[in-house]
Design a protein around this ligand. Structure first.
Ligand SMILES: [Zn+2]
Length: 291
């Protein structure tokens, strides 16, 4: 058995002992299927060449006001990738672990509502950076989807008010929603196990949350090892979706004990079955009489 397989067994075992796993989902989860994210660090050179500014300068309220066409060009061509329609397999597996009663909450940096699209309940997902699906009219508050942004000219405006939309993702220089931060801290603090998926222990947003978790409860799953990851006892590197799939295959559903007040239901079933048996007997008897 290779080291990785042993690690997968160990991680699956830890998850199987918990009903409160929290997943911190990072950039590499969506990069795996070709989505760039808001800051698109891996495209820094191309972005600078095309727009004459870095992503950190572009994704600001000032830039939106100043160069609205360039802002939306960046939104459509860098952040949104209309060619990518699927959901990463790793996200589907997290949803499966939620259905199994193992994962309780996901804190995600993706702005694509990937977990919602995979079927997760809104209450179970904290989208730290907002979502490209909640673009808002600053005037009337009406919400427009990413498809609307893609399909409505160089500068998508509110159909009623004709003013440019405000993107649903967080701007670079804006404070993150403190309610979401508090909810994330609480979730991590309450968790038995935390999985950092597609990120590193040093990633700024997640690093702040890690003080709430002990290292033997921390699992990192990512493409490559990063400096600082050694704070986690369990670390797995490679194709993120493959690793998640191997783990998920070994995780079982939480077996809920039968509720006390429900023994009447099987009893009723028994009676029904008995009655049916009687009917059948009667029918048999009738049959034999006819013969
Ligand atoms: Zn409006």
């Amino acid at each position: 058995m290779s080291v990785d397989e042993r690690m997968i067994d160990e991680v699956a075992k830890i998850i199987n002992e918990s009903e409160n796993v929290v997943v911190l989902s990072g950039r590499k989860v969506f990069r795996e299927i070709g989505l760039n994210g808001v800051t698109a660090e891996h495209m820094a050179y191309d972005i600078e060449a095309k727009y004459g500014h870095s992503s950190n300068e572009i994704v600001t309220a000032a830039f939106l006001n100043w160069r609205v066409e360039d802002f939306f060009d960046y939104f459509k061509n860098v952040i949104l990738n209309p060619k990518v329609k699927e959901i990463p397999d790793s996200v589907k597996d997290v949803k499966k672990l939620m259905d199994y009663g193992r994962v309780k909450k996901v804190v995600t940096r993706d702005v694509y509502s990937l977990y919602s699209k995979a079927g997760c309940e809104e209450d179970d997902v904290i989208a730290l950076n907002g979502t490209v699906e909640d673009n808002k009219c600053p005037n009337c508050g009406k919400i427009y989807s990413s498809d609307y942004v893609l399909d409505n000219g160089p500068v998508p405006t509110c159909a009623d008010c004709k003013v440019p939309l405000r993107p649903g993702f967080g701007m670079y220089n804006e404070m993150m929603d403190s309610g979401k931060i508090n909810d994330s801290c609480q979730a991590v603090e309450d968790a038995d196990v935390v999985i950092i998926l597609g990120s590193s222990a040093k990633a700024k947003v997640f690093n702040n949350l890690l003080r709430y978790i002990e290292e033997e409860k921390l699992i990192i799953i990512s493409d490559v090892e990063s400096f600082g990851d050694e704070v986690a006892t369990y670390r797995l590197y490679g194709n993120i979706s493959d690793i998640m799939n191997k783990i998920t295959e070994k995780v079982t559903k939480v077996e809920k004990p039968e509720k006390e007040e429900e023994p009447e239901v099987p009893e009723a079933d028994d009676k029904e079955a008995d009655a049916k048996e009687v009917d059948e007997k009667t029918a048999d008897a009738t049959d034999s009489k006819e013969e």
